[in-house]
Design a protein around this ligand. Structure first.
Ligand code: SF4
Length: 268
């Protein structure tokens, strides 16, 4: 996606899709331990304004149900699916996480689901690229316990080059959330060799995080190649197909560098 297309996509993100509008779901994963506290039901949505070169789920990017990926679900249908695992949430301190694609592209649907989950006492989280109007984020924040927001690159030209869109809205939304969100704000840094796995990025990301009013933790995520088969099925090239994922040692080194730069921030 070119920047102009991304900007257009952002401006076309509706301010409030009606709550009765069905959600465009890619898949639902049960008992996940990677996307929030405890055991979680993770709902992956269809549609994303970014086109990250390292995206592990390219089938989530398009809102349309091409190649048989995904389906429509009403909020009531999704809530009853989530409620089936209530016992696991209760015993593990888990809950539900709405993930990308991008929740901000389906804000009315997400608001309806999250509001109901909260009223049932279920812990709620979203994973967002934070590229959308802050007004849309504000509709979700009262119903959330945890927000995971990604910072992919700090240099705007590089961000446009690798994701297809500017990072200005992303950074300003994260700043606003750190001041106004009463739950846990967690920043994720996907580390991709040859793209952003370098000291410059860690340094500028650490500086940015130190300036945030409130932050629960920072999570460093290693690039992986699990999505390559999806690119093949979609008939798409992946420019990073030959990049070797960072090993445990390289990730530990990155955590050490970040911790030295921002000693007061918890890094995992
Ligand atoms: S923001 Fe996430 S879902 Fe969207 S293109 Fe990037 S990695 Fe893929």
């Amino acid at each position: 996606m070119q920047p102009s297309e991304a900007d257009e996509a952002q401006s076309s993100i509706p301010d409030g899709t009606p709550a009765g509008t069905p959600g465009r779901i890619l898949q639902i994963e049960k008992c996940s331990i990677h996307d929030g506290d405890g055991l979680r039901t993770v709902v992956f949505l269809k549609g994303c304004p970014f086109r990250c070169a390292w995206c592990a789920a390219p089938e989530s990017q398009d809102s349309e149900f091409n190649f048989g990926y995904g389906r429509l679900m009403s909020s009531a249908e999704l809530i009853s699916e989530i409620a089936k695992d209530e016992i696991f949430y209760f015993h593990s301190g888990g809950g539900v996480t709405i993930s990308g694609g991008e929740p901000l592209l389906q804000v009315g649907f997400c608001e309806a689901v999250l509001r109901e989950c909260k009223s049932m006492g279920i812990n709620t989280a979203i994973e967002t690229c934070a590229f959308g109007s802050y007004g849309n984020l504000e509709k979700l924040l009262p119903h959330l316990d945890i927000v995971y927001a990604d910072i992919k690159l700090m240099d705007n030209k590089e961000h446009i080059k690798w994701t297809g869109a500017s990072n200005e809205t992303v950074l300003s939304n994260i700043r606003c959330m750190s001041e106004n969100f009463s739950g846990k704000l967690r920043i994720r840094l996907p580390l991709v060799p040859t793209v952003n796995m370098n000291e410059n990025f860690l340094k500028s990301a650490a500086e940015f995080c130190k300036g945030l009013a409130k932050l629960d933790l920072v999570e460093l995520l290693p690039y992986h190649r699990l999505g390559l088969e999806s690119y093949r099925k979609l008939g798409r090239e992946n420019s990073l197909a030959n990049v070797i994922p960072p090993g445990r040692e390289a990730m530990e080194k990155a955590r050490t560098v970040f911790s030295q730069l921002a000693p007061d921030i918890k890094v995992i």
